[in-house]
Write a protein that binds this ligand. Sequence first.
Ligand code: PLP
Length: 345
Amino acid sequence: MLRTGMGEGNTPLIPSTRIGPELGLHNLWFKLENTNPSGSYKDRFVTAELARPGNEGIRGCLATSSGNTGSSLAACCARYQLPCTIVVNHQVPEGKLIQMKAHGANVIRVEGFAESPATTSAVFDTLGRLSTGRHLTLVVSAYRYCPVGMAGVESLGRELAAASDGPPSHVFVPVGGGGLYCAVTRGLASTPARVHAVQPHGCSTVAAAFKRGDGEIRPVESTTRISGLAVPFDIDASRALKLLCQNGGQAFEVSDDEIFKAQRALLQLEGIFAEPAGATALAGLATAAARRLVSRDEKVVCLVTGSGFKDPGSLATAAARHPDQLIPEACLERVILEQLGEGSI
Ligand SMILES: Cc1ncc(COP(=O)(O)O)c(C=O)c1O
């Protein structure tokens, strides 16, 4: 079967309407990777990986995922009539879990996967062993395992490089395992863009090493609640750190609360529907702006890497501040007038 992709890439790059001015930035843009068909940039990876030479005759896929690779793979496998089995962490958010299952994937939640280094490497060993000799392909969104698929993500950086008003001066990228950072930096290699890495405090591999300056990725005990960014050991982190140092970008650590705040800002100030990982770049930019590391007229891009529907729990917190009302019809006019500030006191 011809593997034609699923309409991924060429995502919108839109100017900020309110957050930029609030941060004192006049040239802030958002790259809407949440508008990819399965709701995250992972579609660029999965479609490139399944179309790669050597994968023509496969009978199915085995994968590990924090949720978004799995959602994308489940969709792609439905399209290409391939069975897939996806191993996820037991804390995967509801939206991603439902999405994978709704596309017909076999999902296995393994306790301790992506938390305990021993369990995680045992999972990789098992999947690697089972895929060998069975015409199954192992799908993991990292250069370490799937370099051809990750090269597909480099198109994201190339799209930023090719913008009609020129490439950005700064790009902010959320970092989990580090593969996305590597791909974006490679895609922007022909430009002077500085590519900054943003990680949650609770799982800081690249940013902590950058701060120490010893070039060594140390495993951490992850405490972050940000799905997609809890990768507590080196998958592509060494590669990302090396590229970060060559590129001249900075690394930022932000708290989970700062990320949730950035998610609410995207929702309520820009109308952008992002999951927490997808708002992490903006949380990093807020820190950079407060430290005056970006100047007023420089072109800045924040990647919005995943859609809000992935993580309904985080949306519920934002929505709770705006409760709806159940009323009899007779009260409708009065309630609307009150909302318009025209109600009687
Ligand atoms: C929405 C989202 N943003 C960012 C990332 C981080 O990508 P990487 O693990 O390649 O650093 C992920 C990874 O799953 C993700 O799902």
